[in-house]
Design a binder for this molecule. Structure first.
Ligand code: FRU
Length: 479
């Protein structure tokens, strides 16, 4: 079913109506990707949380399903994860889908007991359609920590046990379990490491092979305290031995320097692929963005990798290759000199504002990609040579007056050291996602243009050569 309201993303997941925040329980199972999400089905603002549900064969076209988990006597259903219990460790059934989530009790919250968040589980034996909550919930009681939530569980094969990564206020606590029901506290991480401008939320822990070595990635979302204000995701790289996470660097690193990729975590059960997806909004303004009858979208799914630059290793993200199913017509140019402004609107012939740009240039001068429309809205994505930074400027991008901090320019460091700049930019109706230097610097920003961004130009005041520029119009994911 196609939905074409103003600002409605055409290839990013949105609920048909009402409020959505974090992605939850993302898991690949029997050929289907499942995306659950923080959902309030009765209003367009945050409220008593449910787990909404959507399914997809390719992580690009999503179909919304009935609500999976409803609030109960233990509280609202806050964020968490899902696993496939292949060995039936919990005894719910072979290949059961098991969801591990936070119960947030609003009554205790009012009483200020400081113990209102606990961890619980539920299982599904019919591919996520219906869920049964475990009668022994909660499986982890609150030890007296007011923020105690967002369990991300994975199987730790070397010791044949489950590991839960839990956000516990200003740090991460790891738990382990043989059966998803009884949990033992293993260790804490992060009281001194990383950014602490806000509360730690929605963590993730997974290994990636890099140069023949297994490196553990610990993602920690934080709100506020992001590099361009508000909500953002930081990550640590290091070792994990089944008990303790040991970081290999003191540098605070960010998954995405834009303002609109929060609570990003990875899918379970995707083999050696690590696929990340986030909530494309920010707590600074999520409740007041000018969309109707829904609020919020998810980012495009991204494949993660690692890359060494000098002495540091960084996480890289690029759009999943499945996105290519949306490719339609376009054009490409080689060795074009840009001095001043090169208008590509006629060539692009894009009325929808859905596109992909793959560009190769050099770091020899400032340049920007300018998206615009006939009513004068403008969004700029560019590179500032003197500062060696990328940026997205949404100051004049359309509707911005719903929140005073929204209409701003956001910046991101360039980590790559070579002179070649490869860059991919994905545009939907109300968002851009920038992947620079093969995913070393990433920025995701939403915006609200009054008309589709149908105009395209490249700008460079001092002059630059675009070695290669490929422009592809993308199709909506639901036609
Ligand atoms: C992150 C978060 C989580 C919590 C959920 C509540 O955006 O605050 O920590 O579980 O949202 O909706």
């Amino acid at each position: 079913q196609e939905l074409r309201e103003q600002y409605r993303p055409q290839f990013h997941f949105t609920p048909k109506a009402n409020w959505m925040n974090d992605p939850n329980g993302m898991v690949y199972h029997h050929g289907i990707y499942h995306l659950f999400f923080q959902y309030y089905p009765h209003d367009k603002v945050w409220g008593p949380m449910h787990w909404g549900h959507a399914t997809s064969k390719d992580m690009i076209s999503w179909e919304e399903q009935p609500i999976a988990l409803y609030p109960d006597t233990l509280g609202y259903i806050f964020s968490g994860s899902a696993v496939v219990d292949k060995a039936n460790t919990a005894g719910f059934g072979k290949d059961a889908l098991v969801a591990i989530f936070t119960h947030h009790d609003p009554v205790q919250e009012k009483q200020k007991t400081g113990r209102h968040e606990t961890q619980s589980i539920a299982y599904s034996l019919d591919d996520g359609k219906t869920w049964t909550k475990y009668e022994g919930n909660p499986v982890i009681e609150n030890p007296g920590i007011s923020d105690f939530r967002d369990p991300k569980v994975r199987w730790f094969e070397p010791q044949k046990k489950w590991i839960m990564t839990l956000a516990t206020k200003d740090r991460i606590t790891f738990y382990s379990s043989p059966n998803l029901k009884s949990w033992t506290r293993e260790s804490d991480f992060g009281a001194k490491e990383g950014g602490h401008g806000g509360v730690w939320e929605c963590p993730d822990l997974f290994p990636i092979m890099h140069a023949g070595r297994q490196i553990w990635v610990l993602i920690v979302n934080i709100n506020p305290g992001g590099p361009n204000k508000g909500s953002a995701g930081q990550y640590f790289l290091g070792d994990f031995d089944g008990k303790t996470f040991t970081p290999n660097s003191k540098e605070t690193k960010w998954l995405d320097f834009g303002t609109d990729n929060y609570a990003a975590v990875t899918f379970a059960n995707t083999g050696s692929r690590q696929i990340l997806l986030g909530w494309m909004s920010n707590w600074q303004y999520a409740n007041v963005v000018p969309t109707d009858p829904w609020r919020s979208a998810m980012t495009i799914a991204r494949e993660l990798g690692l890359k060494t630059v000098g002495k540091e290793i960084y996480l890289t993200s690029l759009t999943v290759k499945e996105l290519d199913v949306l490719n339609s017509t376009g054009f490409s140019l080689n060795r074009v000199k840009v001095k001043g402004q090169l208008d590509l609107t006629e060539k692009a012939k894009n009325k929808t504002g859905l596109f992909r740009i793959d560009l190769k240039t050099k770091n020899t001068a400032d340049f920007s990609i300018v998206l615009a429309n006939e009513v004068g809205n403008e969004l700029m994505v560019g590179y500032d040579k003197a500062a060696n930074q990328y940026y997205i400027d949404r100051t004049n991008s359309g509707k911005t007056d719903f929140e005073k901090g929204f209409g701003k320019k956001h910046i991101a460091p360039r980590f790559a050291t070579g002179s070649d700049i490869p860059l991919t930019l994905i545009g939907d109706v109300a968002s851009v996602e920038l992947f620079a230097d093969n995913g070393l610097t990433v920025m995701t920003d939403i915006f609200f243009p009054e008309k589709p961004m149908s105009k395209l130009s490249i700008k460079s005041v001092s002059g630059i050569t675009m070695d290669h520029l490929k422009y592809t119009i993308l199709k909506p994911s639901v036609e």
